[in-house]
Ligand binder design. Structure first.
Ligand code: MF3
Ligand code: CO
Length: 260
């Protein structure tokens, strides 16, 4: 399979899938409170996705057992929800989820601080978010795929952070994972030329310490090798011949950016 170009009809469905996921992210983000378990978060998220008439696309994907990946503190991604894992004040909690609407997938992640978090944690979350926006300055027709990668990685590394090398973003459409793979760090080449109608899930995963990660015995949960904090920020993005369209931005995020 090669990189797919979506038709106008497909783009409408991708937009709808993204819009619903943005709503779920906004609602679920507000529900995170100390004392609840990561299982509770997954349960709520799955319910919200199904209430919108959609199907969670992570559930059973290659055997993944939940709808929401909940990754806390030094967990980078793919944290498996667990009734015994209780959220505490000061934690940073990454929620990664996606859904299928009329056959089309969306995928997005946010890292939330629970109550008051350390300055270090707040800076990591904000800069991880910003690295995505640095990257998508190059997400338009005529630019090259790895221009995005380089912009994300260079920005994150300028703070001394470790950009996770072992996991990448991806194309998305009728499948959760389509071509191309999208690394979050500088490559030797510029990669494929971007074209209108490509839909990409761009997802920097940034560690406060070294880039190295380790897989836990559950075969899913990825943690930082040095125990440092990690943050994740992901959106499904549509390439156009002008500004990229971020399909999974929440209404709250849109309000914030219009105030800048
Ligand atoms: N956003 C992640 C990805 O794109 C999560 C998918 S992992 C899953 O790879 F198995 F849980 F689906
Ligand atoms: Co993804």
């Amino acid at each position: 399979m090669s990189v797919t170009i979506k038709s106008a009809r497909e783009i409408e469905l991708m937009r709808a899938a993204g819009k619903i996921l943005a709503k779920v992210h906004q609602e679920l983000g507000h529900e995170i409170k100390p004392g609840m378990s990561t299982w509770d978060i997954d349960h709520l998220g799955e319910e919200m996705i199904r209430d919108y008439g959609c199907v969670p696309n992570f559930l059973h994907y290659q055997g993944y057992p939940a709808s929401v990946c909940v990754s806390v503190n030094d967990e980078v991604v793919h944290g498996i929800p667990n009734k015994k894992h209780i959220i505490q004040e000061g934690d940073i909690v990454s929620l990664d989820m996606g859904l299928i609407y009329k056959g089309y997938h969306s995928d997005a992640a946010r890292t939330h601080g629970v109550g008051e978090v350390s300055k270090e944690a707040a800076a990591l979350m904000e800069r991880t978010r910003q690295s995505f926006f640095e990257g998508i300055r190059f997400a338009k027709e005529g630019k090259h795929l790895y221009d995005i990668s380089a912009a994300i990685g260079d920005y994150a590394e300028s703070f001394g952070y470790g950009v996770v090398y072992d996991l990448v973003g991806h194309g998305i459409g009728t499948h959760l994972h389509e071509e191309p793979e999208i690394p979050n760090f500088r490559q030797r080449r510029r990669g494929i030329r971007l074209k209108s109608g490509m839909t990409l899930a761009i997802e920097p995963m940034i560690n406060a310490g070294t880039p190295d990660v380790v897989w836990m015995d559950d075969e899913w949960t990825v943690v930082t090798a040095d125990g440092s904090l990690s943050a994740h920020y992901e959106n499904t993005v549509l390439i156009t011949d002008g500004e990229p369209k971020i399909l999974t931005l929440t209404e709250e995020e849109k309000e914030c950016s219009s105030q800048l």
